[in-house]
Design a protein around this ligand. Structure first.
Ligand SMILES: NC(=O)c1ccc[n+]([C@@H]2O[C@H](COP(=O)([O-])OP(=O)(O)OC[C@H]3O[C@@H](n4cnc5c(N)ncnc54)[C@H](O)[C@@H]3O)[C@@H](O)[C@H]2O)c1
Length: 253
């Protein structure tokens, strides 16, 4: 069991709180909004059957605590998961105020969808402890956590965070450098761009475009990613044969 602080108990913070508590960690949510206590309980009640179904609910699952400030949160955590609104100034100020309450080796993992870890770490006494750990929503259900460190992040911090998330049953994807949107959201955005294009050109109804993804792509993508799909489509010649045969066709679109 590790001590985990959740900074910001909104949609993602409460989802993370349920994930960490379900994995048996000692969780404290820090958020000045008094409504957060009820939100923690509601999300945990939603998460418990999901974690049970996934087989990742620890027999030592805990209940997250709620406090308004880091000063009330007790001994420093192994990791603080930051889930403040996506606003660089707000995050910077809140992290600078939080840092004196941390241990020298406490990790700061940010859920940010698009901010740079180096920008966020500016002003910290120990910027090497900050990395991005981006979940898909809701964090207790979705397996992927995308990790990326900035130029200032210590590699051992990325390794320690990866170990903690893997021990919770998460699939850790590690980027070699941070990019806004990380992997999942960028891939999703690329597909959505084409969906909007097809709909706006009147090629098909939005309902049929949605079905193309749900019935045409999703059943494959549960098991293999898009590169493997094309590799398999090339039969014994693999992706090379596929590109030779269909590459020029793709170029014409
Ligand atoms: N919403 C999503 O689907 C999603 C998915 C993945 C990652 N993210 C990222 O997660 C982060 C949080 O997003 P969200 O949708 O949960 O936001 P949200 O607005 O639902 O929650 C933000 C919470 O932060 C609290 N807060 C504000 N200032 C605070 C402070 N100084 N100290 C403590 N708490 C404070 C607020 O009271 C609120 O409860 C963002 O960086 C976002 O990019 C969001």
């Amino acid at each position: 069991m590790a001590r985990i602080w959740i900074l910001g108990g909104g949609l993602i913070g409460c989802g993370w709180a349920a994930a960490f508590a379900g994995a048996g960690h000692d969780v404290t949510v820090i958020d000045p909004d008094p409504a957060v206590a009820d939100r923690i309980a509601t999300v945990q009640a939603q998460a418990l059957p999901v974690l049970q179904g996934l087989g990742t609910l620890s027999p030592r699952a805990t209940t997250p605590a709620h406090v308004a400030t880091a000063a009330e949160a007790g001994p420093p955590p192994v990791l603080v998961q930051e889930n403040l609104p996506e606003n660089l100034d707000l995050k910077r100020r809140a992290l600078a105020a939080l840092e004196p309450h941390l241990a020298p080796d406490s990790i700061i993992a940010s859920s940010s969808s698009g901010l740079s870890p180096d920008d966020m770490a500016e002003g910290l006494a120990r910027p090497e402890r900050l990395l991005i750990a981006h979940p898909c929503n809701p964090p207790y259900l979705m397996p992927v956590v995308e990790l990326s460190g900035g130029a200032l992040t210590a590699p051992e911090v990325v390794d320690r965070a990866a170990g903690l998330f893997r021990a919770m049953g998460k699939t850790v994807l590690t980027l070699t450098r941070p990019v806004p949107g990380h992997l999942v959201n960028r891939l999703q955005a690329a597909l959505w761009r084409e969906a909007v294009h097809l709909a706006s050109e009147g090629i098909a109804s939005l309902a049929d475009i949605e079905q193309a993804v749900i019935q045409g792509l999703a059943p494959r993508w549960c098991i293999v990613g898009p590169s493997t799909v094309f590799h398999l489509a090339g039969a014994e010649g693999g992706i090379g044969r596929f590109v030779d045969a269909l590459g020029p066709e793709f170029e014409r679109w």
